[in-house]
Design a binder for this molecule. Structure first.
Ligand SMILES: *[C@@H]1O[C@H](CO)[C@@H](O)[C@H](O)[C@H]1NC(C)=O
Ligand SMILES: *[C@@H]1O[C@H](CO)[C@@H](O)[C@H](O)[C@H]1NC(C)=O
Ligand SMILES: *[C@@H]1O[C@H](CO)[C@@H](O)[C@H](O)[C@H]1NC(C)=O
Ligand SMILES: *[C@@H]1O[C@H](CO)[C@@H](O)[C@H](O)[C@H]1NC(C)=O
Ligand SMILES: *[C@@H]1O[C@H](CO)[C@@H](O)[C@H](O)[C@H]1NC(C)=O
Ligand SMILES: *[C@@H]1O[C@H](CO)[C@@H](O)[C@H](O)[C@H]1NC(C)=O
Ligand SMILES: CC(=O)N[C@H]1CO[C@H](CO)[C@@H](O)[C@@H]1O
Length: 638
């Protein structure tokens, strides 16, 4: 079938069944709610990694105030490791270079953040950012730092004052830290705290009350979501933030392997949450946001109820303009590798998916083409004020990923095995079965791979080994009834639920085998209902078989309604073949006009990038779209 035919069918389906009424924005109501609109601003990570200083940060803030504030960009956010000394030997996973206070809380590096001297933290930076008419945010990691644990600092009790005491003793960092739950991609940096302990909760409270006292408007909490899930910590931090005397946007990061079911577990607790690994300036990263955005919009997660207001699936920063590299010890030194067309495609998807928009490049060096894209009035209008946003079901007959049985595709290509993680409540997760082989080692297999398959996917159970580590008995208690699993032919390698921080384009392998070690991301529990539950993140392992060469996914379309009744529509061509264009058609004559209870017979308007006038001729809209590009229509339909 040709594209044109498919588009016609889809358009009919869309307007026939999915379209609902237009809701208009009510600003008097909205202002009392937190994150009523997707937050918009700038984050220092893409251009400065961790090395930014107060002076450079405030220079960026001034530029945001002068050039971007009027377009709704209002948050200025310091990303990670602001407490790390920038000296030889320090890097993003070094140990021993961080500044902590007497209660084990992170303190800004005074060399880079001189206004923090004298125990002022970020108070003065927040004041300056506020005086520019902006809002201020910082990035923080999960739990407690390894340095605080090693120093065994006492825990502050902010309710009674002084050190936290319970059961007749003062509690310290080592009492609350969980050393088998270090952050998988910053193993030397931070680990979870035990939130069932009063002292564990007191520690988290002492952090977030301090952030509120510093005058923050946003906190980006890292290594607690996606494959790094720590739902206990998110839940408690959300509770503290709901009680502090300040309105803070609560943001989670990163979002590797997020599913709609997992999003539903956190959306009510937060205001924005990442739905992918880190996004950088490659086409693969842009492309890999389409499926998850489609799935979250279909699950009605865009603008769902959140902490004291709404919550937004977050597609990550916009890595345009003047950038650094992932995890670098370096500031901006190169331009974005995305082409102009790819930047438009990224910004258009981010707008239709109503993602928070956080510019990533050095604002002082922003080029005019980038400036024009991130301030495009149509996209910013869609991003804040459109409704009914959804991916247009372009090809209804599209094959879904096989959950279970491997099939040979028509071309005889072997399907690719993909290990994944999903919320344990999804029925898909109950796919494991114990095989009775009368062998000394028990095997467990993915049910769906057993039928007619000479190479089913199985792993072998391994008892947890005795360790002579400090606190051995505690470990054994924590991991009672749990196991490691290794591949039959690779006994040194254990099934690992989370290894390192991944960029979106490398996300296919979500669970992998890595050298066995005593860390909760390699420890699993086989539950009676056949789920394989990971001890690090509480997610469950799945096996999928993906057929290669499914290229009918290469045309995507999104649609949304404007607050004045206009229709926004976008066609994307995700093909990797360069320098040819396709013609995409959509027919509107079938549209039962839910906007005005009339049938739509014609639409007219503009294509934004070309500025061309478009009208439906014989009920059809048509546009050439180059590879990696998109067409963006603003239509009035009658
Ligand atoms: C907007 O919100 C205000 C305050 O809640 C309410 O009084 C008003 O009726 C709302 N208007 C619309 C059009 O919903
Ligand atoms: C957390 O503390 C509770 C209460 O003491 C204890 O039962 C539990 O094993 C601890 N969890 C971990 C992971 O250490
Ligand atoms: C919250 O902070 C404001 C401004 O600092 C203060 O006026 C107000 O009394 C505080 N409210 C509470 C409940 O502490
Ligand atoms: C995106 O979704 C489609 C349809 O569900 C699926 O066929 C395709 O494999 C998915 N792509 C990726 C990269 O997961
Ligand atoms: C399997 O059982 C666990 C409790 O052991 C439960 O939390 C989970 O929702 C169940 N999953 C399914 C898919 O039934
Ligand atoms: C695509 O076109 C551009 C200019 O239009 C040209 O520089 C480039 O070499 C072409 N690429 C291919 C693969 O033909
Ligand atoms: C599905 C589809 O029509 N994709 C097109 C996207 O653009 C490339 C390159 O222009 C075409 O070759 C594809 O056919």
């Amino acid at each position: 079938m040709e594209c044109s035919t498919l588009c016609l069918i889809s358009f009919l389906l869309l307007f026939g069944s999915c379209f609902q009424s237009v809701s208009s924005h009510n600003s008097s109501q909205s202002d009392q709610q937190q994150a009523n609109l997707p937050p918009r601003g700038w984050n220092s990570y893409d251009s400065f990694s961790w090395i930014i200083s107060e002076q450079v940060f405030l220079q960026n803030a001034e530029q945001i105030a002068q050039r971007l504030r009027v377009h709704g960009y209002e948050y200025a956010v310091v990303d990670w490791l602001w407490y790390r000394k920038k000296v030889p030997g320090a890097n993003s996973n070094s140990l021993g270079f961080d500044l902590i206070d007497e209660w084990g809380r992170m303190v800004p590096d005074p060399e880079r953040w001189p206004s923090s001297i004298g125990g002022k933290g970020f108070t003065e930076v927040a004041n300056k950012v506020h005086s520019l008419g902006l809002k201020f945010g910082i990035h923080v990691m999960r739990g407690i730092s390894t340095q605080a644990v090693n120093a065994n600092t006492p825990i502050l009790d902010t309710i009674k004052g002084g050190a936290y005491e319970e059961a007749g003793r003062v509690w310290h960092a080592k009492d609350i830290a969980i050393p088998t739950r270090t952050c998988a991609w910053m193993s030397n940096g931070f680990m979870s705290v035990n939130t069932t302990l009063g002292a564990g909760r007191a520690f988290l409270r002492s952090l977030y009350e301090q952030y509120a006292a510093w005058g923050l408007d946003l906190v980006k909490h890292d290594c607690v979501f996606g494959t790094d899930l720590d739902l206990n910590e998110i839940t408690y931090v959300s509770e503290v933030l709901s009680q502090v005397n300040r309105s803070l946007v609560y943001s989670l990061s990163p979002g590797t392997s997020v599913t709609p079911a997992l999003a539903k577990e956190v959306s009510g607790l937060v205001n924005m949450y990442r739905i992918t690994g880190d996004d950088w300036d490659s086409w693969g990263d842009v492309k890999s946001h389409f499926n998850i955005s489609r799935d979250l919009s279909a699950a009605n997660m865009i603008g769902a109820k959140g902490l004291k207001g709404k919550s937004w699936p977050d597609l990550d920063m916009l890595p345009f303009g003047w950038l650094t590299d992932p995890g670098a010890n370096d500031g901006p030194h190169r331009g974005s590798k995305l082409t102009l067309v790819e930047k438009r495609t990224q910004m258009t998807l981010w707008a239709f998916a109503k993602s928070p928009l956080m510019y990533g490049g050095d604002v002082r060096e922003i080029d005019s083409a980038t400036y024009d894209i991130i301030t495009n009035p149509t996209l910013l209008e869609i991003n804040h004020f459109s409704s009914n946003n959804m991916e247009f079901p372009y090809n209804p007959s599209l094959k879904k990923r096989h959950k279970g049985k491997p099939k040979r595709s028509k071309k005889g290509k072997k399907p690719t095995l993909s290990l994944g993680l999903t919320s344990c409540t999804e029925s898909e997760a109950s796919g494991w079965i114990v095989e009775n082989l009368n062998q000394p080692l028990e095997r467990i297999c993915w049910k769906g791979s057993l039928e007619n398959n000479p190479n089913p996917f199985c792993v072998q159970k391994r008892e947890l080994q005795q360790h002579t580590l400090d606190g051995e008995s505690k470990y054994q208690e924590e991991f009672r009834g749990k196991h490691q699993f290794f591949a039959a032919n690779q006994m040194r390698f254990c099934l690992d639920g989370s290894s390192k921080q991944k960029t979106t384009s490398q996300e296919i392998q979500r669970v992998s085998f890595s050298p066995c070690k005593m860390h909760s991301n390699q420890i699993w529990e086989l539950t009676p209902n056949g789920t394989l539950l990971n001890s690090y993140n509480g997610l469950c392992a799945t096996v999928n078989y993906i057929e290669e060469n499914v290229d009918s996914n290469e045309v995507r379309s999104w649609i949304a309604t404007g607050r004045n009744g206009e229709v926004y529509m976008s066609f994307f061509n995700l093909s990797d073949q360069q320098n040819t264009t396709i013609t995409i058609y959509a027919k509107t004559s079938f549209v039962s006009n839910v906007l005005s209870d009339k049938r739509i017979s014609s639409c007219q308007g503009k294509e934004v990038w070309s500025g061309k006038d478009v009208v439906t001729t014989q009920g059809v809209i048509k546009m050439d779209v180059e590879a990696h590009g998109c067409a963006l229509f603003v239509l009035n339909c009658k």
